[in-house]
Design a protein around this ligand. Structure first.
Ligand code: NAP
Ligand code: HSE
Length: 431
C-alpha cells in the first residue's frame, strides 16, 4: 500500500480532529487504499496543551519546515486567515506539493491567484471543508453536477449563527451566552465577529460564486449583514406571521449578472430550510437539469470538518483527478449584479407613536416608493411612552426603493425607531 506523507499547518480545533482521525486506526487505509503518514505539524505555541497525542518530534513553530520538506506530498492548511496562509499555500504549491485547505477567507480574498498558482505548478488545490463543514458541496458541484448550468445557490452556511439564532428562537437565550457556547463547541472562527457579522458566510458564498458561476467577486462588493439586529421580538412576531429567521447566503443569476448576498431572512415555516437548526447547514442548489437539490449536514465543528478535509486529502493521495474545485477557471465569467436590483418582500418592524394618523403617514412613504403593503399588525404597545411596535409586511419591492423608503421612514417624526428591516426569502411565485 502506498504511503503519502502529510504536512499540517495548524493544530487547533480542526487540525487536532484531522490529526486524530489520521492517527487512530479507523480502517481509513483499508477503505481508501493509501496510508496517510503525519510527517510534520506547524503551530504557533509549542507549550500549548493539545487534545491529540502526537508522536514525538512532529511539532514545529516554523511553517517553512512543512512547506519546504521534500518528503511531504500534501500540505493541509488549517491555520485560517489571509496571512501567512496565502504565502504558505503559494510556497507549498510552487515547491511541488498538493494543498488541501479549509480556509474560506484566503480562498474568497485570494482564490483567483491561488488557483492560478496551482494550475501553473500542476498541483491540486482543494478546499471542500471551506464551505458547509462536513457537507459535500464543492466536489458535487464541480463533478457530479457538471452537466448542469447552475441557476442559484441559497444556503444556511454558517453554523455559529444558525446555532445562536436557533437557541434565541427556541429558548429565548441571551446572545452573548449562546455565542460563548458556540465557541466552546468549536463552531466559531478564531475571531467570532467573522461569524456574527456575516463575513464567514460571505467568504463561503464568494467561493460558491466562483466555483458554480465563474464570478470573481471582490469580497467588498458582496452585500453583507450580520445577525446583530435580530432580537427576541423579531422571532415572536415572525412566528405569528408563519416564519422563522435564518442567516442566508445566496447567489442567483439575474439580468445584470450574479447577485451575491448575505443577510438575515424570514423563511416560511413550511419549507425545509426553516427546520435546519443548531450548527446544521443546508445548501439549496438549483441546476437546469437536476432541478433543486438540498444538501444538509453539520456545517461546523471539529469532526465533520475533519471528514471533509480528509476526503480531499484521500482524493489527492489516491491521485483522483477530474475537474475538482480548481476546474472553475473554465466556466465563462459572469459579472456581479448590484444589490439595489434585488426584488423581495420585506418585514419592517418599527416603533411608532400610538396615535391616529400615524399609519397613514407611514403608508404614504411606502406608497410614494412604489411599495405595496401586504399587512400591518400592531404588536406590543408601551402606554408609558405612548408608542407601539408596528410590523409591516410588504409585497415584492425593489431593494433600491425599499432603502429609499427606509431612510424616509427614519426621518418621520412619528417614527421613534426603524428597528429592523428583514428580507423575506421567496419559494415559488412571489406575491
Ligand atoms: P484554530 O482553532 O484557531 O486553530 C488554528 C491553528 O493554527 C492553531 O493550532 C494555531 O497554533 C495555528 N496557527 C495560527 N497561526 C499560525 C502561525 N502563524 N504559525 C504557525 N501556526 C499557526 O482554528 P480552527 O477552528 O481549527 O480553524 C482552522 C481553519 O479551518 C480556518 O480557516 C477556519 O475558517 C476553517 N474551518 C473551521 C471550521 C470549524 O468548525 N472550526 C469548519 C470549517 C472550516 P496554536 O495552536 O499554537 O495557537
Ligand atoms: N465558523 C464557521 C461556522 C465554521 O460557524 O460555520 C465552519 O466553516
Amino acid at each position: 500500500m502506498r504511503t503519502v506523507r502529510i504536512g499540517l499547518l495548524g493544530l487547533g480545533v480542526v487540525g487536532s480532529a484531522v490529526a486524530k482521525a489520521m492517527l487512530d486506526d479507523r480502517g481509513m487505509a483499508d477503505r481508501s487504499g493509501v496510508r496517510l503518514e503525519l510527517a510534520k505539524v506547524a503551530v504557533r505555541d509549542l507549550s500549548k496543551r493539545r487534545v491529540v497525542n502526537l508522536p514525538a518530534g512532529l511539532l514545529t513553530t516554523d511553517p517553512a519546515e512543512v512547506v519546504n520538506d521534500p518528503n511531504i506530498e500534501v500540505v493541509v492548511e488549517l491555520m485560517g486567515g489571509e496571512h501567512p496562509a496565502f504565502d504558505l499555500i503559494s510556497s507549498a504549491l510552487s515547491s511541488g506539493k498538493h494543498v488541501v485547505t479549509a480556509n474560506k477567507e484566503v480562498l474568497a480574498k485570494r482564490g483567483d491567484a491561488l488557483l492560478a498558482a496551482a494550475a501553473e505548478a500542476g498541483k491540486r488545490l482543494v478546499y471542500e471543508a471551506s464551505v458547509g463543514g462536513g457537507i459535500p458541496i464543492l466536489n458535487p458541484i464541480s463533478d457530479d453536477l457538471l452537466a448542469n448550468r447552475i441557476e442559484s445557490v441559497r444556503a444556511i452556511i454558517n453554523g455559529t449563527t444558525n446555532y445562536i439564532l436557533t437557541r434565541m428562537s427556541s429558548e429565548g437565550a441571551a446572545y452573548d451566552a449562546v455565542l460563548a457556547d458556540a465557541q466552546q463547541l468549536g463552531y466559531a472562527e478564531a475571531d467570532p465577529t467573522a461569524d456574527v457579522d456575516g463575513f464567514d458566510a460571505l467568504y463561503k458564498i464568494a467561493i460558491l460564486g466562483r466555483l458554480a458561476f465563474g464570478a470573481s467577486a471582490p469580497v467588498d462588493v458582496i452585500h453583507r449583514e450580520g445577525i446583530g439586529r435580530i432580537d427576541a421580538r423579531d422571532f415572536r412576531y415572525a412566528d405569528e406571521l408563519g416564519f422563522t429567521i435564518k442567516l442566508i447566503a445566496a447567489a442567483q443569476r439575474t439580468a445584470d449578472g450574479l447577485l451575491l448576498r448575505v443577510h438575515p431572512s424570514l423563511i416560511p415555516l413550511d419549507v425545509p430550510m426553516a427546520s435546519v437548526n443548531g450548527a446544521m447547514n443546508m445548501v439549496e442548489v438549483v441546476g437546469d437539469l437536476v432541478g433543486p437539490l438540498w444538501l444538509q449536514g453539520a456545517g461546523a465543528g471539529p469532526s465533520p470538518t475533519a471528514s471533509a478535509v480528509l476526503g480531499d486529502v484521500l482524493r489527492v493521495a489516491r491521485g483522483i483527478d477530474g475537474p475538482g474545485p480548481s476546474g472553475s477557471a473554465s466556466i465563462a465569467a459572469i459579472p456581479v449584479a448590484p444589490m439595489s436590483g434585488h426584488v423581495c418582500q420585506y418585514y419592517i418592524r418599527l416603533t411608532a407613536a400610538d396615535r391616529p394618523g400615524v399609519l397613514a403617514r407611514i403608508a404614504k412613504v411606502l406608497g410614494d416608493a412604489a411599495i405595496s403593503i401586504r399587512s400591518v399588525i400592531q404588536m406590543d404597545t408601551d402606554a408609558t411612552s405612548g408608542s407601539a411596535d408596528l410590523v409591516i409586511m410588504t409585497h415584492s419591492a425593489l431593494e433600491a426603493n425599499m432603502q429609499e423608503a427606509a431612510s424616509r421612514l427614519r426621518g418621520l417624526d412619528v417614527v421613534v425607531e426603524l428597528d429592523n428591516l428583514i428580507r423575506v426569502e421567496s419559494y415559488g411565485p412571489t406575491a
